[in-house]
Design a protein around this ligand. Structure first.
Ligand code: TXA
Ligand code: MG
Length: 316
């Protein structure tokens, strides 16, 4: 049954359609990387600006060679260690990749996802799959097929359901274009893990470098309800007439009355917190709150990616 669905999905992609599919990070909305018209439809459906390039998904590390001009040894070390997995590398692209995929950049972002359905889909489609996250631009990324259905349901040709995403937060993006590798987006592989393999890398203050990280806009991943990160229990009075939700990392110790509370990980496990992040914000967002207070997390390991998403979600 599942396999039939994958064959159907692959056929849709081969014919120039667009398919939402699961990965270990978030659901993607994909199509044949070599079909510019199909890629254009993805931008339209997402209402995504054309200056924001897509990630190309491959099913095999060897497939990268045909897509890029060369693979620096540090990039190779990382892909050998973390693929399939939540790591995206930015390399100099081959001409064959249409400009619309890379927003006209001479570079391309590539990753091999760690999800059997995603890998089968790419293999059956017989082409690398260009895919952004399957959400309207600027909104929370989907971590279940249901999330995709709610937001883009009638606009995509098929949604493959692979259950909830196990990592739950997007891939870590590292650029190998400059002299030193640069972290463009913290994600599912922590900076510590990356640096344990290739040594210290540059950490891009993304807002200052829009050319190498287009689309990394300060406001992103945002729900309808305002999220506030800078708050303190002592000053909660200022919100006393408001309907407030709490996005807590661990089981909250205080007894302050919130209208609604989401706990990312009862035991304070960072991995579990990342997995639950987007779905928890969605549940709070559905409760018609006036605001969501989010508890800051220490920026160690996946905490860096979680805080990055929370900061962008709270940006107004
Ligand atoms: O985990 C993920 O990476 C998910 C799943 C579906 O694979 N994909 C994802 O795609 O998060 P998206 O489109 O939501 O975010 C990709 C980001 C873009 O915001 C863009 O800035 C960056 O990747 N990107 C893509 N190509 C790039 C390039 N050539 N140079 C620099 N950044 C690039
Ligand atoms: Mg996205």
């Amino acid at each position: 049954m599942k396999n039939n669905e994958i064959y159907r999905a692959a056929e849709i992609i081969r014919k120039g359609g667009i398919v939402a599919f699961p990965t270990e990070t978030v659901y993607g909305l994909g199509t044949d990387v070599f079909n510019p018209l199909a890629v254009a439809r993805i931008f339209e459906v997402k209402r995504r600006p054309y200056f924001d390039p897509l990630i190309v998904h491959v099913a095999n590390p060897a497939d990268v060679e045909k897509l890029v001009k060369g693979i620096p040894s540090n990039a190779k070390k990382l892909t050998e260690r973390f693929w399939p997995g939540p790591l995206t590398v930015v390399l100099l692209k081959e001409e064959a990749i249409p400009d619309i995929v890379t927003a006209g950049l001479p570079t391309v972002a590539i990753r091999m996802p760690n999800h059997s359905m995603a890998l089968s889909l790419i293999k059956e489609s017989q082409c690398p799959i260009a895919a952004p996250s399957a959400n309207p631009f600027g909104y929370l990324s989907p971590t279940t097929a249901e999330h995709v259905r709610e937001q883009l349901g009638d606009q995509v040709d098929l949604i493959l359901d692979g259950g909830p995403c196990l990592v739950g937060i997007e891939s870590t993006i590292i650029s190998f274009i400059g002299e030193k590798p640069v972290l463009l987006r913290p994600g599912g592989v922590s900076l510590e893990e990356i640096e344990s393999i290739i040594g210290k890398i540059k950490i891009n203050p993304i807002e200052e470098d829009r050319v190498s990280a287009p689309g990394m806009l300060p406001r992103h991943y945002a729900p309808r309800t305002p999220i506030i990160l800078n708050w303190s229990e002592k000053n909660l009075d200022i919100y006393k007439d408001k309907k407030i939700g709490l996005l807590a990392f661990q089981e909250p110790k205080n007894n302050i009355k919130f209208h609604s509370v989401e706990v990312l990980s009862k035991k304070g496990n960072m991995r579990e917190a990342a997995t639950n992040l987007f779905a928890a914000i969605r549940r709070l967002d559905a409760k018609n709150l006036d605001l969501i207070l989010a508890e800051p997390i220490s920026e160690i390991g996946l905490g860096r990616a979680i805080m990055d998403r929370l900061r962008r979600a709270s940006e107004r």
